[in-house]
Write a protein that binds this ligand. Structure first.
Ligand code: FAD
Length: 427
């Protein structure tokens, strides 16, 4: 008899809630990861995120090899993989950490039913966030849709609870099954290595985060986003640390949870405007314009530098994400869904809730979004946040040779956007 711990967005051994509980069961634990073909089939063969996941799993595998055990790695459609597992092993329980995305919720409920049909218990835990689902609600029990009151309630609740404990797994790792599974290469999974790598994370400058975070050349944000996405860092450790070091950095971690609970309570935001009054906006959706935006050739240096950074590294600084997203929706009148999909394909830290939430914020269609008549001027943003042009020269080497004409005049585009939004918003 064994229990299975299923790794998903929690690719670490330390401070992992479901893993802790699986090990506490004092039965042999098989640590499992499934490369889900329903997800993989839509990705390019050299997707950098698959490489990152593979690398993170290798690190875990190397650590548990030291106690004579290894990860069980499967590839296939999740439900089918589980059906085979139930045939191969006598599984008494399944342990996993919750995932709040609509696809994952459906997938997990299928596995829960399968477990019950096979007389196995099914245990799921909160691990990815400090507060989940409907833990932070208004007094009438409804979810918050405005960030500031959500954040205030979050902080109030956080301060009122006992200090977050670390889930020590180290002492119990010997409960892992001693079987030796083969660890597949990336090629065996059907993927190739990609030269794009996750940037080294950095917490040394976070004490000045509130002053420096908006300047893309300052290299002063944490670069933790892919790690938070795939769970290679623990949110509890990070929040405990942020509470002592920097309130503004902590607020960003709260934004992450804000958008997660929005996605959980309003799953329609994945494809539809949060504010349905905005459904009547007549987007231009011009393919040629979209191509220029994607390739970083709009003639606006801040926009182009951002898109080139994204294309080359899988990362873009937050301030520049705001400028490029606003430019696509407002200057080019291309619907946020196009931009969201492009970011989803390129970002190493791509996270459905944060991506959709921030895109809808930029388009003005989301909860607590920027008002539609606020149209960033990309040149003023450049002056404010990269005055010496250090960031843009890094991504546009030809900048000093005289940069091309903007593809659309700012004043014209601003007036057009306001007019189109005004006409499209239902009263
Ligand atoms: P830091 O400034 O060091 O922040 C620390 C952590 O806080 C981040 O790693 C992230 O987990 C969280 N965070 C920070 N800002 C936000 C925010 N605005 N919303 C939600 N969480 C936040 N972030 C993603 O993780 N995945 C995405 O797919 C994503 N798409 C975005 C799309 C657009 C159009 C915009 C404007 C922002 C998007 N963000 C996304 C938010 C933000 O830009 C990144 O989290 C941040 O730039 C990552 O760099 P960092 O880890 O150095 O951030």
């Amino acid at each position: 008899e064994v229990v299975i711990f299923w790794f998903r967005r929690d690719l670490r051994l330390e401070d992992n809630v479901a893993l802790y509980h699986a090990l506490q069961s004092e039965r042999p634990v098989i640590p499992l990861f499934i490369f889900d073909t329903d997800i993989l089939n839509s990705l390019p063969k050299n997707d950098a995120r698959v490489g990152f996941i593979h690398e993170s799993l290798q690190k875990i595998n190397a650590k548990i090899n030291a106690i004579g055990c290894s990860l069980l790695i499967k590839k296939g459609r999740t439900a089918e993989v589980w059906k085979t597992l139930f045939e191969e092993y006598t599984i008494s329980a399944v342990f996993l950490n919750k995932d709040y995305e609509p696809y994952a919720i459906k997938r997990d409920s299928v596995i829960e039913t399968l477990a019950k049909d096979n007389n196995a218990s099914f245990f799921s835990f909160k691990d990815q966030v400090i507060f989940e689902e409907l833990e932070i609600t208004k007094s009438d029990g409804l979810p918050y849709t405005i960030y500031t009151p959500y954040k205030n309630k979050w902080l109030e609740k956080y301060k009122a609870m006992a200090p977050l404990q670390e889930y020590i797994t180290l002492n119990y790792l010997f409960n892992f099954c001693k079987s030796n599974f083969d660890f597949p290469t990336l090629q065996q999974i059907g993927f190739e290595a990609n030269s794009i790598k996750v940037l080294p994370h950095n917490l040394t400058q976070i004490t000045n985060y509130h002053q420096t975070r908006d300047f893309p050349a300052a290299d002063s944000t944490s670069y933790l986003s892919p790690h938070l996405r795939f769970g290679t860092v623990s949110i509890r450790k990070l929040v405990n640390w942020a509470v002592r070091k920097n309130d503004v950095f902590l607020s960003e971690l709260i934004w992450r949870e804000f958008f997660m609970q929005i996605l959980f309570s309003f799953p329609k935001v994945v494809t539809h405007n949060f504010k349905s009054a905005y459904d009547g906006i007549q987007w231009r959706n011009n393919e040629e314009d979209f191509k220029r935006w994607c390739t970083g050739t709009t003639g606006y240096p801040m926009v182009d530098a951002g898109m080139r950074q994204l294309n080359e590294t899988g990362y873009m600084h937050n301030r520049v994400r705001m400028v490029t997203a606003s430019f696509l929706c407002k200057h080019l009148l291309i619907s946020w869904q196009w931009g969201e999909a492009y970011f989803a394909e390129k970002l190493l830290d791509y996270d459905l809730s944060a991506n959709v939430g921030n895109w809808q914020w930029a388009a003005g269609t989301g909860c607590d979004a920027a008002p539609y008549f606020r149209v960033f001027n990309p040149d003023i943003q450049l002056k404010k946040f990269d005055e010496k042009g250090i960031y843009i020269r890094q991504w546009i080497p030809e900048f000093d040779l005289g940069y091309g004409e903007p593809m659309v005049d700012h004043a014209f585009a601003r007036d057009r956007a306001i007019a189109v939004y005004k006409a499209g918003i239902l009263k």
